[in-house]
Design a protein around this ligand. Structure first.
Ligand code: ADP
Ligand code: ZN
Ligand code: ZN
Length: 740
């Protein structure tokens, strides 16, 4: 018997191996194996089993199986094959996305040894001094203790306990140390929930699909605070009742604690969390438990869509518009929303795409009748929509003669008002660090990352400059301009650390916390800050996009958006959509409880149509404008896009390669157009120059995108791939979310 094995490397080749007799019974397609490759032993995945092999050379033998039980059911295996094909990623890499190589069902958590004194009538008195002390101590305790805790009484507690055990005086017991899986979740709360009529209608739709075992995609478009999360919880309850499982995807780690807390209040230990801040041990343990069917609900970031749950009945993609659902690197460059739809199809599940600001794609699919559509137009409990004030910061500067001020007078006044009323404030600013640029006032030179053509951000805490793309860090802050030697250099622009400094200056007696990637390196800290804000122990919560969406704090009645324009002028067809969604979502954090809320949006472009619709909180108006634009320029959702990008250290060589590809695209089929080649907006990242070609295919002529797929695959024949020097990289991005 022979097995075809694929490896997580970027080649499409598979290799043949002999299956030894002892493994013949256990081996199946989709199982992971350890095999010799060259001089190493590597992990691979079995992609086929045959009685013969066409390979003529020497065939080696499989060493071992990685898992002691099958971890892939047929549907997950089909999902891997789909990922590989759709995203043009070698099977081994697609398999690795689903089955990370550091996870195995053979994982055993570390153990600790417990010791307990036994009741012994008499013993011959031959104990050493330390043995006697420890034994006496253990006798005085009612319960067993970890051997480790005895280390303050003697230097080698383990030896001593072993000796005592040999003499029959104590018993020893090994116990696995299990990770604390609840530390990333808010404390449990018991809230009485009776769904409203609108919520019931939404729930009914999900329930009926689950009962019928029918794949059904639903777009749940509910304004912020309309009670979407309560609907998922009830839908999950139904899934569990009929013996199905549930995946809840969240776009941002900062949403985990609150939502996980709400789910744990409902389902206790049936809930697993899956995100980047899990320790290696917690990760391995959680995964093994999921494989063993111990969890009913998995809540997590995009890779949670691959959770090895059986019989998935409900998948929720919360804030489905978020670009963090797209994996940029490594391959497969998948979009978790699309994977969710595919997995839902395979598992005949109900797939709920939920948002107050759906993506243009989903909105368009709804307009075309592809999704069931549920619109919740009102906030729960009659909570009012917040009142939005727009502050023109140019006028503000003219009137106050203060240029570059962070806070407008109106914002300060409203903050003061909330502080005096003991209501809470959320301030949103989408730039971390202290100041985004260090600039020479004389020649205009800006401190740039030597690896990326991007300005370094100054971090006041720790005093360093850092590139937010490659993390290159400079501890020495230049005192003079490297280009003209002038000492006249200054920090300009505003990051969250600067906003925090100013706040502390103005409101020294307030409790202010900053939440961004720098302040919450550990998940525990994140949970702590959010829980404190929830319990009213913080007055002002300041943060980046981490706090802009999904969070629910009843006493937060003021949201301030420090600079509503951030990102507005980036040369990407999605940038205005993102700005709209961010302002709308951030506003949605205000006034969710009984007290009505307000929002202050500070902007330098108050007449910009995006800012205008966003501050009017008018989704339909903006979506219509946006769709018109997309249609005129033939961007998604009116077209499919594939991005081909070459990266390399020498720009002329990169140009040469991309031109070779371009030259093959002489007469593309009708409906397909080609943009470029052009330098990417971020033209150099991590020492690599980037040039891209954008292929667009008009949806009208290419309903499911297969024409475009066929076309780009025909262009990227083996011959052309061979011509790209191995020092360069060709990146193929299907449905990219950003063209920057
Ligand atoms: P969304 O997810 O749509 O932003 P949430 O589910 O967070 O909205 O609901 C907003 C607030 O209203 C939450 O505090 C939630 O617990 C509460 N809520 C929603 N529906 C109900 C209900 N039927 N009964 C009681 N409270 C509810
Ligand atoms: Zn200079
Ligand atoms: Zn860099």
């Amino acid at each position: 018997m022979f097995a075809e094995v694929s490896f997580p490397i970027s080649s499409y080749q598979t290799f043949s191996y002999k299956v030894p007799e002892r493994l013949a019974k256990k081996i199946t397609v989709g199982i992971r194996v350890k095999v010799p490759l060259g001089r190493r032993k590597v992990n691979g995945i079995v992609v086929g089993i045959n009685n013969t092999s066409s390979f003529k050379g020497k065939i080696r033998e499989i060493h071992d199986l990685i898992d002691d039980q099958q971890v892939l059911n047929d549907n997950l295996w089909s999902l891997i094959k789909w990922l590989s094909k759709y995203y043009n990623s070698p099977l081994g890499l697609a398999a690795k996305a689903v089955l990370p190589s550091n996870l195995s069902t053979k994982y055993k958590p570390k153990v600790e040894t417990l010791v307990k004194a036994l009741n012994v009538e008499s013993f011959n008195d031959s104990l050493g001094k330390a043995q006697k002390t420890i034994y006496k101590h253990l006798q005085s305790l009612d319960d067993s203790v970890s051997v480790k805790t005895l280390s303050n009484m003697c230097s080698n507690p383990k030896d001593i306990c072993n000796k005592l055990a040999e003499k029959g005086l104590v018993s020893l017991l090994d116990r696995p140390i299990l990770p604390n899986l609840s530390e990333f979740a808010f404390k449990s709360e018991n809230k009485k929930i009776t769904l409203t009529q609108a919520q019931k209608v939404a729930l009914e739709k999900m329930v009926s699909c689950m009962d019928k075992n029918k794949f059904s995609p639903i777009l749940l478009h509910g304004v912020t605070g309309s009670g979407k999360t309560e609907i998922y919880i009830e839908a999950a309850r139904h899934a569990i009742n009929i013996n199905k499982t549930v995946i809840i995807l969240l776009p941002e780690i900062s949403l985990t604690p609150q939502i996980a807390g709400r789910f744990r209040s409902a389902f206790g230990d049936d809930v697993a969390l899956w995100h980047s801040k899990l320790s290696q041990g917690a990760r391995a343990w959680t995964w093994k438990q999921i494989c063993g069917g111990k969890f009913k609900v998995v809540i997590g970031a995009r890779s949670a869509i691959f959770a090895p749950l059986k019989n998935v009945g409900l998948i929720v993609v919360d804030e489905e518009q978020e670009s963090s659902y797209k994996q940029e690197s490594p391959s497969p460059r998948y979009h978790a929303r699309d994977v969710a739809l595919m997995r839902g199809k395979l598992d005949s599940a109900s797939v709920v795409l939920a948002s107050a600001t759906p993506s243009m794609e989903s909105y368009y699919n709804h307009l075309n009748g592809k999704y069931d559509y549920i619109h919740l137009k009102e906030r729960f409990g009659g909570a009012k929509y917040p009142k939005v004030h727009v502050v023109d910061m140019i006028k503000e500067a003219e009137e106050t003669e203060l240029y570059g001020n962070i806070f407008s007078r109106l914002l300060l006044e409203k903050i003061q008002d909330r502080l005096s009323k003991k209501e809470q404030i959320i301030l949103f600013h989408n730039r971390r660090g202290f100041a985004p640029v260090l600039r020479c006032e004389d020649c205009g030179e800006i401190s740039m990352c030597p690896h990326c053509n991007i300005a370094l951000t100054y971090h006041r805490i720790g005093k360093y400059l850092q590139c937010h793309f490659c993390n290159h860090t400079e501890k020495e802050i230049p005192s003079k301009c490297p280009s003209c030697q002038s000492f006249n250099i200054s920090l300009s622009g505003t990051g969250t650390q600067k906003v925090e400094d100013e706040l502390l200056n103005i409101y020294p007696n307030s409790r202010i916390k900053r939440l961004d990637a720098d302040s919450v390196r550990s998940g525990i800290n994140l949970t702590k800050i959010l829980q404190e804000f929830h319990e009213n122990k913080i007055d002002i919560l300041l943060g980046t996009q981490m706090i802009a969406k999904g969070l629910d704090f009843a006493n937060a009645t003021l949201v301030g958006i420090i600079n509503g324009d951030t990102g507005l002028f980036l040369p990407d067809f999605r940038s205005s959509e993102k700005v709209f969604q961010l302002i709308y979502q951030a506003s949605g954090r205000s006034g969710r409880g009984k007290i009505p809320g307000e929002v202050i949006v500070q902007t330098y472009s108050p007449d910009n149509p995006v800012i205008k619709s966003a501050t009017k909180l008018n989704v339909e108006e903006y979506y219509n404008i946006c769709l018109e634009e997309r249609k005129a320029l033939l961007y998604p959702p009116y077209s499919w896009i594939v991005k081909l990008e070459i990266r390399g250290k020498k720009i002329n060589e990169v140009e040469e390669s991309i031109n070779k590809i371009k030259n093959k695209m002489v007469r593309p089929p009708k409906g397909i157009s080609i943009l470029g080649p052009a330098l990417c907006y971020r033209e150099k990242l991590r020492d690599y120059y980037r040039i891209q070609l954008i292929l667009k295919s008009k949806k009208e002529l290419d309903v499911n995108g297969s024409k475009l797929h066929k076309y780009y695959k025909s262009i990227l024949s083996k011959n052309i791939i061979k011509e790209i020097p191995s020092k360069q990289r060709l990146i193929i991005d299907i449905n990219p979310v950003s063209l920057l």
